[in-house]
Design a protein around this ligand. Sequence first.
Ligand SMILES: [Zn+2]
Length: 252
Amino acid sequence: MALIKVQGVVLKSMDLNDNDKIITLYTDKLGKVKAVAHGAKKQSSKLMASTQPFCFGEFLLYKGKSLYTLKESSINESFQELLLDFDKIIYGSYFIELIDGISEDENKNVSLLALLLKTLYILKDTDTNLDLLKLTFNFKAISLSGYMPNVKTCVRCKKDLDCGYFSIIQGGMICSKCFTPERDIYGINKETLTFLRILKNIKLEDLRDINYNKKTLLYVETIMDNYLNYYIGAEFKSQMLIKKLKKSKEMV
Ligand SMILES: [Zn+2]
């Protein structure tokens, strides 16, 4: 029986039966994998705490015919204090749901794991604006998955530009000369393009220091949400919750 030790984050945890759980892990060595955690539903089980969603730890796995089995685990950071903050838990759920949706089984991407972890730590430890964090996470996650939007030059003629249009279908900026009407195309002024370029280059830990216009943030958020939906597919459950949360705040 070959055992493999991985570091990873629990993306999902589902009941398999009265005693056992099946968890989805995003790991450094294997990418996304599903593993059965025998007895993890029992209070007395050593596996119980480390198989909660968000938990970051070390996991000792062995491979069965179709699934892995979790043999041992230890917690580095449980992130369970996110559960105490209603807004943070919704955004946190979005981050792990997106990683689950964006990645295929056993296709490893260590940078994506690093992005997820960094985002969860910032979510837990700082008061960074949640929409700004989500937007930056989206931009970086989709880029690390091979769909980085081109915000540097026109995707058609490759010329530099400082305003123009953003085409979801063509994957980036289009200058006014190359522009032709199509669906999912957005006008981009200088300020918005500057903001897009900041998102591309900024480190997550520096997000708190940037100045941004709320309207620009909302506009770019809509573009990125649609960009993600176009390249990844389904809209996420937690995305709906974020929308509801925002609506309820507008009404207050
Ligand atoms: Zn052009």
